[in-house]
Design a protein around this ligand. Structure first.
Ligand code: ADP
Length: 472
């Protein structure tokens, strides 16, 4: 049985002790400090003090009521009770923890009833007014549970009834009166009332097993979750470390491959037969694709590790957009697509990391070129008409568009189109994931609107430069 303490500082075990006791089975409970302190220290000490008061009261009772045995007998009883009180304290202190299976605390609570019977006998037996003493144990066991209180009540009634019966027997039933029966009945009635009224312990008693199950289950879940989280964090970190290292190791030789192939094409290209020239061009093309992939992987790894820093400063957005488009002109040479760009009349500087925003732009415009066979691409910058504060930048195209079912996944890493058209185009599937992370780092918002077969519009929404919050 687990002691359940009232919510007060009565020196009873703490909730933690109780939870620990709930989680432990049998003997191990005796090792819980709170339970040891309660059973082997506080209760025996309270018993010692309480019995002094009871003995003093018994002496007064006998004096004023003129009942009880002669003084020598009373003194002998007093001595026996003192010995019991001190003895129980010593025994519990010494042996409570070692003889865990004996439940010594409970044993002494039961023995108390015998001591009470001795005191009632020494205060006049049938004529004693100290029989309510038995109710003390019913009262304090109520905190532990209704069953314990009921056991104490039954034992108390038996002890008192037995005492009265013994007295009656010794006098040939002469002394047995209706009053005796009434006293036993009142003891039983009081005890029954106390048990019935013990709603709180009863509730606790009922709820304890359920609460125990919940606590145990929640603890197990919490342990499992933190184990899994630690495992996931470790795996994610290991992956990022691996990617960063491998990407670095791969980039160096690959740069040589691309670089020397370029040199070969430039210097020897004209002398080579067309087939070999084509081979070299393919080596360069594939090398560059691999390099782009590695760069993207490196960026993703850095972003995931939180290592990618941004340097926010006021930038000239119009200049950045024009410059980026100029840089990408090469990709448009063979394209039948019309490219247009528009800016607002007045445009104030934008707080952004120029390199990172350029990277986003290259990716968005690069995708628009890649996924638009014919038609148009429009790059538009919007600003607040009142003061020219940059509001957004959009890259729209009349290309293949994106299926509605994929629109939310295209920003995930390694997410690429399934459509035959999209598959024709090289790509890493990392560009949009990187672009969105970069926008997040600059506190911008990257979104898309698209209709399959009609085209797509990617929009970067900016924060006003006057925003007091630092951007990093
Ligand atoms: P990728 O390197 O494959 O272009 P991205 O992350 O940049 O990787 O893009 C992910 C996917 O989103 C692309 O494979 C494509 O299916 C789709 N996508 C991106 N931009 C466009 C666009 N302008 N038009 C149609 N589909 C696009």
């Amino acid at each position: 049985m687990i002691p359940v303490d009232p919510p007060s500082g009565l020196g009873l075990p703490s909730l933690e002790d109780i939870e620990q006791a709930l989680a432990l089975e049998g003997p191990d409970r005796a090792e819980i400090p709170g339970l040891y302190a309660l059973n082997a220290e506080r209760v025996p000490m309270l018993r010692l003090i309480g019995l002094q008061a009871v003995l003093a009261f018994a002496a007064l009772h006998n004096t004023f009521m003129g009942v009880g045995p002669e003084w020598r007998v009373f003194l002998a009883v007093t001595l026996a009770v003192e010995l019991y009180a001190v003895g129980s304290l010593l025994v519990l202190r010494r042996f409570f923890a070692s003889f865990r299976r004996l439940h010594l605390g409970t044993v002494f609570v039961g023995l108390d009833l015998g001591v009470f019977t001795l005191i009632v006998w020494a205060t006049g037996g049938a004529r004693s007014w100290m029989w309510p003493l038995y109710l003390v144990r019913v009262a304090d066991q109520m905190w532990i549970g209704r069953r314990r209180a009921a056991i104490m009540a039954v034992l108390g009634v038996f002890c008192y009834g037995g005492l009265l019966l013994g007295g009656s027997l010794s006098t040939g039933f002469e002394a047995a009166t209706a009053v005796d029966l009434f006293k036993v009945a009142s003891l039983a009635a009081f005890a029954a009332y106390m048990i019935a009224a013990s709603g709180l312990p009863w509730n606790l008693q009922k709820r304890t097993p359920a609460a125990r199950q919940v606590i145990v289950r929640l603890e197990a879940q919490a342990r499992e979750i933190s184990r899994q989280r630690a495992r996931a964090e470790h795996a994610s970190l290991a992956k990022s470390h691996f990617l960063a290292r491998m990407s670095h190791e791969l980039r160096t030789p690959l740069n040589s491959v691309v670089g020397f192939t370029n040199v070969l094409i430039k210097k020897q290209g004209a002398n080579l037969p067309p087939r070999e020239r084509d081979y070299l061009a393919r080596i360069r093309e594939n090398g560059m694709h691999l390099l782009a992939l590695i760069n993207d992987v490196l960026d993703i790894a850095r972003i995931e590790e939180g290592e990618l820093e941004t340097h926010i400063a006021p930038i000239d957005l119009e200049h950045l957009v024009r410059d980026t488009l100029h840089q990408m002109e090469g990709r448009m040479v063979e394209s039948k697509v019309r490219l247009s760009v528009s800016f607002p009349k007045s445009l104030t500087p934008l707080a952004a990391d120029e390199t990172r925003l350029r990277q986003v732009l290259i990716n968005l415009i690069g995708n628009a070129i890649k996924f638009t066979r014919e038609g148009w691409i429009r790059v538009e910058v919007h600003a607040d008409p009142r003061d020219g504060t940059p509001a957004s930048l959009s890259v729209a195209d009349s290309g293949v568009g994106i299926e509605a079912s994929r629109i939310h996944t295209i920003f995930d890493a390694f997410e690429q189109g399934e459509s035959g058209y999209a598959r024709k185009f090289s790509g890493t599937g990392l560009g949009l994931a990187i672009s969105r992370s970069l926008c997040d780092l600059m506190s911008f918002d990257l979104s898309v609107a698209s209709t399959e077969g009609e085209g797509s519009t990617f929009t970067v929404r900016f924060r006003p430069i006057t925003d007091p919050e630092p951007v990093s």
